[in-house]
Structures are given as structure tokens and as C-alpha cells.
Design a protein around this ligand. Structure first.
Ligand code: AQP
Length: 334
């Protein structure tokens, strides 16, 4: 770890098939940070337990996501790549942070309200505690920058509040992290309902493009995507559906939104949607091939994860020891 470089932390839950939203809003932005910062990229498996999981599927999704991170360009020799549950300090620091977090502030979190509505039969304590565990993930590594999609900015704000509250109560301990959100792609919308973000857990499969979808499925989903009432391919506030497709097209093709508007002026939605699908397919196909190759190489993935857990564990121990001392716990006798 280079002590001069700032520290970056981010993660994705292995809750299912990773979406184009997860990729464009988060993972894709991680790769270019690897040279400039000390990056820690984590598969946050403990978070995923807040919603009912099938254990065997969770195990598979976790390893598939590790392979996907690497296929998307995360280099385990540059970044620390690990699984959250392999570093036990995440859960331990979350307990300490629980003692400075207020029920009122957790109760107000938009994601808690949304997920409580979606999973009314399973409103567990973990669902409410999710942002405290996320704060622990971040603060454990003295993280300064957190690349996230827009949906996570409220949680990051809470992590900042908890860091400042703890520092105020027990003296300076945690770096106070900043969100790194990107102008474009930070909130990719559902292809069927632009009032909600594209989400892994959306039960309508036409709403979500998975990074592992085959090209026919991708073409079909874009063909069925909702559009706006006129026929103009234009980026505008009152044209949420086409603006969403233009954003996806621009991020995947590398062409600016303005150039794309010009290219598709006077052309129908059919041609535009096919071009969006083609641009997405061109991005995901090489990732899919590499992910499949890596997922089959268990020994390699295990080596990466062993090294990642050791590196992350060393840093996590340093912060947690400091925290335990500050709050007055007696250190273990050796
Ligand atoms: N639609 C999106 N647009 C842009 N960014 C997104 N992210 C998620 N959806 C979009 C970003 O992806 C990162 C990882 O998210 P996560 O898996 O930890 O949890 P999430 O935000 O709850 O993602 P999902 O897909 O909606 O998962 P489920 O359905 O399981 O809850 C975060 O940086 C997030 O901002």
C-alpha cells in the first residue's frame, strides 16, 4: 500500500445477475482509478443476507462476481480484491458504529423504506442496519473516496455522519469519505419503468439487462423498452425513456449524447434501439468470455481471494484495534 495515495473502497452485492446499471454506475468506473489510488474492491456478501438468499446460489453468485470484477478490468495486482465476510472486522466495526448510529436516522433511509415495502414479510434488523455495515466497510480502510451510483449517496452521507460523530466523541479516528459519482450513468433506469432504477432484484426481466445476457436477449429487451410519446431521439427531462437509452448508448459506444442525437435525427425508434443493443453487446461480449474463462479457474480465484483477504485484513486490524482502544475495550493479552 502506497501511503501517499488516497484510498478508494467500493463493492457490489452478489444478490443475482449483475446489471448494466451496476456496471455503468459503478464497476466500470473502478478500473481507471487503480493507478492513481489505493483501491479496495469488495464483494459485499454479508449485505446480501438482508434479503432471503438460496445458500448455494449465493456461494455461486459470489465467486461469479469475483470473476466478473477481474473480467471488467480489476487487476488483483493493483487493487485489493476480496470478499467482505473473509475480513471479520467488517461485522465487528459495524457493532461499534451501531452504538453511535440513531434508530431515527436509519429509519429515514430511502433504501430501507423501499426494501421494506418490497420484502414486507422479511423486514429484518439487517435491512435497517445495512447502512451501518456499509459505513463500516468504508471507514475500516480509512477510505477517502467511494465510487458509487446515485442511489447510494444517502448511505455515504450517513457514513460521513458516523465518522464525524465518532471522531467528535472519541478523538480523530476515521477519515471522512467523499462520494465519487459520475455525471453520466450514475442512475440507469429500468427499461420498463423510468421512475425506478435498473435493479438486479426487479422481477420483470424485460426491465433489466444483465451483463451476462446473450445477444438475443439484449436485443429483445431493448426492442421492448418503453419509449416516449413522440418519435424524436432527443435527450430531455420530459423524455426519460429515450434519455436513458441515449445515456446507455453514449457510455457503451463512447459517442457523445449530442453526436448520437444528430446521428439518429429523423430515424425511427426501431433503428435507434437496435443501435443501443449493438453498442451494449460490443461492450459485454468480451467481458462475458473473460468472466467464463476466469470462473472456471477456481485455483486462480482462490489465490486472488486469499491474497486480498490478507491485505485487507492487515489494514482492517489496524483500524479496529485503534477503535477498540478509543472506546475503552481492554486489549487482548498475548
Ligand atoms: N441502476 C443503477 N444505475 C447506476 N448505478 C447503480 N448501482 C446499482 N444500480 C444502479 C450501483 O451499483 C453499485 C452496487 O450496488 P449493490 O449491488 O451493492 O446494491 P444496489 O444499489 O441495491 O443494486 P441493485 O442492482 O439495485 O441490487 P438489489 O436489487 O439487490 O438491491 C452501487 O454503487 C450502486 O450505486
Amino acid at each position: 500500500m502506497d501511503n501517499v495515495k488516497k484510498t478508494v473502497f467500493s463493492g457490489v452485492q452478489p444478490t443475482g445477475k449483475i446489471t448494466l446499471g451496476n456496471y455503468l454506475g459503478a464497476i466500470r468506473n473502478w478500473t481507471p482509478l487503480q493507478d492513481e489510488y489505493n483501491c479496495l474492491y469488495c464483494v459485499v456478501d454479508l449485505h446480501s443476507l438482508t434479503v432471503a438468499q438460496v445458500p448455494a446460489e449465493l456461494r455461486k453468485n459470489t465467486m461469479d462476481l469475483v470473476a466478473l470484477y477481474i473480467a471488467c478490468g480489476i487487476d488483483p495486482n493493483k487493487s485489493t480484491l476480496f470478499i467482505q465476510s473473509h475480513v471479520h472486522q467488517h461485522a465487528e466495526l459495524a457493532w461499534i458504529l451501531d452504538t453511535v448510529a440513531y434508530i431515527g436516522e436509519l429509519n429515514r433511509m430511502t433504501q430501507f423504506k423501499d426494501k421494506s415495502r418490497k420484502h414486507a414479510d422479511n423486514i429484518n434488523m439487517g435491512l435497517m442496519n445495512y447502512p451501518v455495515l456499509m459505513a463500516s466497510d468504508i471507514l475500516l480502510y480509512q477510505t477517502e473516496l467511494v465510487p458509487i451510483g446515485k442511489d447510494q449517496t444517502q448511505h455515504l452521507e450517513l457514513a460521513r455522519d458516523l465518522a464525524e460523530r465518532f471522531n467528535g466523541r472519541y478523538s480523530d479516528t476515521f477519515a471522512v469519505p467523499e462520494a465519487l459519482t459520475y455525471k453520466s450513468g450514475s442512475s440507469i433506469k429500468s427499461l420498463q419503468d423510468t421512475s425506478v432504477k435498473m435493479s438486479k432484484s426487479d422481477p420483470n426481466e424485460n426491465a433489466v439487462v444483465s451483463l451476462m445476457d446473450d445477444k438475443d436477449a439484449i436485443a429483445r429487451k431493448f426492442k421492448r423498452a418503453v419509449t416516449d410519446c413522440d418519435t424524436a431521439v432527443r435527450f430531455a427531462e420530459d423524455k426519460a425513456a429515450i434519455s436513458n437509452l441515449l445515456t446507455i448508448y453514449s457510455l457503451c459506444s463512447g459517442e457523445s449524447i449530442e453526436k448520437a442525437e444528430f446521428r439518429f435525427a429523423g430515424k425511427g425508434y426501431g433503428e435507434f434501439k437496435q443501435a443501443v443493443a449493438d453498442a451494449v453487446i460490443a461492450v459485454v461480449e468480451p467481458i462475458q468470455a473473460e468472466q467464463k474463462r476466469l470462473a472456471a479457474d477456481k485455483a486462480y480465484l482462490e489465490g486472488v481471494l486469499k491474497q486480498g483477504a490478507e491485505q485487507a485484513g492487515r489494514l482492517a486490524r489496524r483500524t479496529l484495534d485503534k477503535v477498540y482502544r478509543k472506546v475503552g475495550l481492554v486489549g487482548r493479552f498475548r
